[in-house]
Design a protein around this ligand. Structure first.
Ligand SMILES: Nc1ncnc2c1ncn2[C@@H]1O[C@H](COP(=O)(O)OP(=O)(O)OP(=O)(O)O)[C@@H](O)[C@H]1O
Length: 242
């Protein structure tokens, strides 16, 4: 679970995130929406502990993270995965080989040395089956569609031990049908795996259709938080007003 209260993030002494507060429960698909420049990406950077912030409290899986301590951020970073352009996948390898690599990375050092390939294989196959990805197991990642790559990347992140997975604009550049499929799959994967998935979306209709929680931003702050329901007209206005 993620609980953020009054988070302030400054760049060159200017606040770009202003008193952001939000909750995201374990196992939820949360969509962050808002106009361009409203602070969605900066918020994701803070949630995944890629950047420090200046004020406010952040609780991640019940643990309070101090804003500016490197050690505190490093300890929890492993539990948060940020899916960026390359998605952290090896394109020549198959879906299964990528997930196996994730499984191995999660092993303690002694098990990496002594664990058997068979054990890693079974664990990766179990996870792919649970997430409904067996059809992608033996295909090289470079032959997969954008949406399929994202599904494998999520499986790999889960294999590595991520409890919270974050994606910035995962459906930008996809046609409406593919975009719908990707967000639908995200929802399905959170349901099956129990991980929390947080993504930014430009298409409000996808957030309304699939997200368990919609977080609406405007000018660096959260102006709407709606749980599992379409937005009211006045909520849309608050988010998209200039
Ligand atoms: N490294 C930086 N230096 C200066 N300003 C920055 C930096 N990173 C972000 N900003 C500013 O912070 C604000 C929020 O940016 P952010 O990228 O979070 O917006 P966004 O909502 O994700 O936008 P978009 O939908 O266009 O991706 C913007 O005004 C941006 O110019």
């Amino acid at each position: 679970m993620i609980l953020i209260r009054n988070l302030v993030k400054k760049i060159a002494n200017k606040p770009f995130l202003k008193q952001v507060s939000l909750n995201v429960d374990t196992g939820e698909l949360a969509a962050i929406i808002g106009p361009s420049g409203s602070g969605k990406t900066l918020l994701l950077e803070c949630i995944t502990l890629n950047t420090p912030w200046h004020r406010g409290t952040y609780q991640f899986q019940g643990k309070v993270i101090s804003p500016n301590t490197f050690t505190s951020r490093q300890k929890l970073k492993k539990q948060a995965a940020y899916l960026k352009d390359t998605l952290g996948l090896l394109p020549q390898k198959t879906g299964l080989q990528n997930v196996k690599q994730g499984v191995k990375e999660a092993f303690p050092f002694w098990k990496r040395l002594l664990g058997t390939n068979q054990e890693t294989h079974m664990e990766a196959m179990d996870l792919m089956e649970k997430l409904g990805l067996l059809d992608l197991a033996h295909k090289p990642v470079m032959q997969l569609s954008g949406g399929e790559k994202q599904r494998v990347a999520i499986a790999k992140a889960i294999a590595k031990g991520a409890k919270v997975i974050v994606a910035d604009e995962p459906v930008s550049g996809l046609d409406p049908i593919r975009a719908n499929e990707v967000v639908r799959d995200f929802k399905e994967m959170t349901r099956k795996s129990g991980v929390t998935l947080i993504c930014t979306l430009h298409r409000l209709e996808l957030a309304e259709k699939y997200a368990d929680r919609i977080i609406g931003m405007n000018d660096g702050t959260v102006v709407v938080e709606a749980k599992g329901r379409p937005l009211e007209d006045d909520e849309r206005e608050r988010i998209y007003q200039t």
